[in-house]
Design a protein around this ligand. Structure first.
Ligand SMILES: NC(=O)c1ccc[n+]([C@@H]2O[C@H](COP(=O)([O-])OP(=O)(O)OC[C@H]3O[C@@H](n4cnc5c(N)ncnc54)[C@H](O)[C@@H]3O)[C@@H](O)[C@H]2O)c1
Length: 441
């Protein structure tokens, strides 16, 4: 099949590359000329395991193309995916300007019948807006070209994006057109070989499914963080409570680790957008609002523990940070808790020594740009020398079983603040390391 992906960011690039891997001819379009030039040379703008190899191979096989020219890309395409960003607007709702700009360009340049797919996460009712925008442009052109608009939200997880896309839990397709559903079934057939993962429904339910999924996962995280905070007050151990409740298969073990809160490009903005969608439709989403409030507070719990231990004024203290990315396996720092923790510590006069396996450039160039008193180092043990304590913020595999003797020997004070509850299986107190974790006094 000949398809176009518009927006070659995280979702667009992964989806386009995986579709090309299955033998489709895929053209990825972006307005960012530098990004497209790099992609044409096989240089990948993000870190995602396995992606680079797949991109290079499919460019070589002439299945994957990159361009800034949408009209050229659409010439032979049967399906066009919209995969541009839907960032948080000033009022908390999803900003649809990029999606609607793409819809307008599609209406101006499509040359044959097209299935237009909203892959971006968009509020309920967006497909209608996309449809109206395309139709308006076709009317201006006095064209009677046919098109369908489909909602196909994406559920990939950064860090394991290729595996998620290749073997999705489900493929949600919302449409009122049999033609479009048929096309989408054919396109996704190679990804649904072992069992049927394709679920078709009406457009609004498909749009809502994405928000409901992210809000549910964020709710689990905030719920467990709230339980952890109560555990600290009453002298219980949140990690034992986690095991105790996770063993109930109605609850399960996933997404109930107490920690520094959720971040990333999706949960924060999607949770906020959902409360906004509800409000615009006359409903106050109390639970979802609380999920966000708990998370905002949770990002600073570890900083508060540091203040409790070292005092309000952190001038003269240095903290070694392990992990900057919002989660392991990615260099993405959008809304990463590390940003909030580091800024809080620096605002109190602390010096920071930070290490992350992949996200240092992102921190330096974007998310912590201009923040004073941060030194970046290239190995995890380099953060230790002259630091007063070690603070773990992202659970990369290389931090799972560190050399505790080395940590103890190199830190000025043998103290660990564990924002991801990674070390509670080790008897750190016995090793002479002062250990602070989330959800235990
Ligand atoms: N990142 C994730 O893990 C993830 C997962 C599921 C869903 N989503 C959703 O997918 C959408 C895209 O997210 P992302 O993380 O890939 O965003 P991103 O910011 O990484 O990429 C968006 C890309 O769109 C390009 N773009 C903007 N306007 C354009 C235009 N008019 N024409 C062509 N390209 C244009 C930008 O230059 C950028 O490269 C969002 O709605 C997001 O919520 C993201």
């Amino acid at each position: 099949m000949n398809i176009t992906i518009i927006g070659s960011g995280y979702v667009g690039l992964v989806s386009g590359t995986c579709f090309s891997e299955m033998g489709n001819k895929v053209t990825c379009v972006d307005v960012d000329t530098i990004k497209i030039e790099k992609l044409n040379k096989g240089i990948i703008p993000i870190f995602e395991s396995g992606l680079e190899l797949m991109v290079v191979q499919n460019i070589k096989n002439k299945n994957l193309f990159f361009t800034t020219d949408l009209s050229e890309a659409l010439k032979n395409s049967e399906i066009a995916f919209i995969a541009v960003g839907t960032p948080m607007g000033d009022d908390g709702s999803a900003d649809l300007q990029y999606v609607l700009a793409v819809a307008k360009s599609i209406g101006q340049s499509m040359q044959k019948r097209l299935v237009v797919v909203d892959k971006s996460t968009v509020p309920v009712g967006t497909a209608d807006k996309v449809k109206a925008t395309i139709q308006k442009e076709l009317d201006i052109r006095k064209s009677d070209l046919q098109f369908d608009v489909v909602s196909n939200p994406e559920f990939l997880k950064e860090g394991v994006a290729i595996a998620d896309f290749m073997k999705p839990d489900r493929v949600i397709v919302g449409s009122d057109s049999e033609y479009a559903i048929d096309k989408m079934k054919q396109l996704y057939h190679p990804f649904c070989m072992s069992r049927d993962r394709f679920m078709s429904m009406d457009i609004r339910s498909a749009e809502m499914t994405k928000y409901a999924a992210n809000a549910m996962l964020a709710t689990k995280i905030s719920f467990m963080n709230e339980i952890a905070n109560i555990c600290e007050k009453v002298g219980a151990d949140a990690n034992l409570v986690r095991l105790g409740i996770g063993s109930d298969n109605r609850i399960g073990y996933s997404f109930i680790y107490p920690g520094v809160g959720y971040g990333g490009s999706c949960f924060p903005k999607d949770v906020k957008a959902l409360t906004k969608i509800a409000k615009e439709n006359g409903y106050t989403a109390q639970l979802i609002t609380a999920v966000e409030q708990v998370n905002d507070a949770q990002k600073l719990v570890i900083a508060q523990k540091i203040v409790n231990r070292f005092g309000q004024d952190l001038t003269g203290f240095t903290f070694g940070i392990w992990g900057l990315a919002f989660k392991p396996g990615t260099d993405d720092m959008r809304e990463a808790p590390s940003i909030y923790v580091i800024k809080e510590l620096v605002s109190r006069g602390a010096q920071i020594k930070a290490y992350d396996p992949k996200a240092i450039d992102e921190a330096k160039e974007h998310y912590l740009k201009g923040v004073q008193n941060i030194m970046y180092v290239t190995s995890k043990y380099d953060v230790l020398k002259d630091s007063d304590a070690l603070v773990l913020l992202t659970e990369w595999k290389e931090f799972r079983i560190p050399d505790f003797e080395q940590i103890k020997a190199q830190l000025k004070n043998p103290i660990i603040f564990d924002g991801r509850n990674q070390y509670n299986a080790f008897n750190l107190e016995e090793m002479g390391i002062e250990y602070h974790q989330i959800g235990k006094q």
